[in-house]
Design a protein. Sequence first.
Length: 542
Amino acid sequence: MNTNDHGARADEPGIRTDPLDRRQFLRGLAGTGALAGAGGLLAACSSGSSTPAASSPTATSARKRGGSLKVGLTGGSGSDTLDPHNGLTYLDTARAQSLYQPLLQLNTRAQAEFVLAEEISPRGSTSQWVIRLRPGITFHDGKPLTADDVIFTLSRIKNKKLTGSTPLGPVDVKGLKKLDKRTVLVPMTSPYGSFLDQLAYWYYLYVVPVGFNPSKPNGTGAFKYQSFTPGQRSVFVRNPNYWKPGLPYVDTLTIIDFSDSASLQNALVTGVIHGAGALEGAQIAALKSAGSVRTVTSHTGAITPFTMRVDQAPFNDVNVRQAMRLLVLKKAGHENLTVQLVTSPVATGTVAMSTVLKQQAQAAGVTINLKQVDPTTFFGPNYLHWTFSQDFYNYSPYLAQVAQSLLPTSPFNETHWSLPHYIDLNKQANATANASTRKQIEHEMQMIDFNQGGYIIPAFIAALDALLVRLNGGRTSSWNPHCSPPASASQRARLCWAMGGSCSATATPASCWPTPTAPFPPSPAPAAHRGAPCSARTAPST
């Protein structure tokens, strides 16, 4: 497909004209895609949360309808897909969030907020749940959203063992039952008290219609499919029958893939695009001086952990893992330790953070040899097998994070973590319907994370986006509802402590390294999960 097919300029800088076979920004980075990637720019145009999008009292009244909106992001590839249950790049999730919607997702207060569902509740016990859909919602082709579509979606994800099957846990697919047109009975093979929290990891759980064909996208989202060229661009048009009154604002949405962040920045400054997501810290500083551009920094609960494989030397020694957090290797009897750290620009700040860790380790007598690889190599056959490496997660409920990366069955278990007692505690936490009991169990699990786990979390990550000043609707508040939900300073400190950092209220590379005397937080820390590109690919918050 010619890049000019949809009115784009042939000289748009950095736009791929040839599809690349990359798995860059793998997994479902998710859920918010371009909506988040433009710092809330599209939140005013699409399926935003209930939080007002205006950054000033007059913004809403000044907002105009119609026109075309172009948003730039990096990280696409020739393997990009329109299947919302099988995305690999964060451009995939930009498309998914524009075209589809989940049953529920997290709001700006890190609480589950119903989207397509109007109610999800246990029936008698947590071994059975009932999902009740909102009335009056239709797919892009005009077909009403019904219980049959929910059953089809859950069955598709579970039967094909797609990534979203993990949060669905013990859902008994064969027992799914339609109670009426808008109600589904969801039986479990075992009690599942955390079902709502697990569904809040919505990035792979978008609802699709019965008989869904990914080559013919059909969702309930704010935009309808028009065209798609993997690794280049996606063009969507306004859904005139969207169920949220007054939305979306624009007639056409174009999501453009850029080859690097420099060309993305240049395209924004020159007006080729209206918004850019997942920028570097240095770029934000430069863009602040551009009179035509407004920058948006969202302080999030996202993390970019260093990952240590607990089944390979030297990290199969729990003393070494703990000492690496403390950077006091003499304690572990490895003061002359030399390790290789594999890094890659898979998320904004990863390479810089590796460099900082190398310097801090050197001061402690530990030699870290950096091996920087390109994203294609990083996410190639060795992904999830690197002995010492990095990854990135957005905020989510703790047990949802556990399901994604801290169990033998997790799709992203980089550390190869497999502790029988921990697995048993996870089962207990998911099974109980008592929130207080679950909290106590999670606390014990987090103590194990800190004392024995394979993560080092040096910082919390801010989402760095920018948009043209002439556009209204950009969020300048501290939280972008389409990125990760907020965490208070105490919450951030608790998470940092639990997963390998100090208990200070601020979490930066300098302050978040663990201290032996840090008191354990009084309540379980919220965890971070693999999430939206807007938060997962930005520099450490300082």
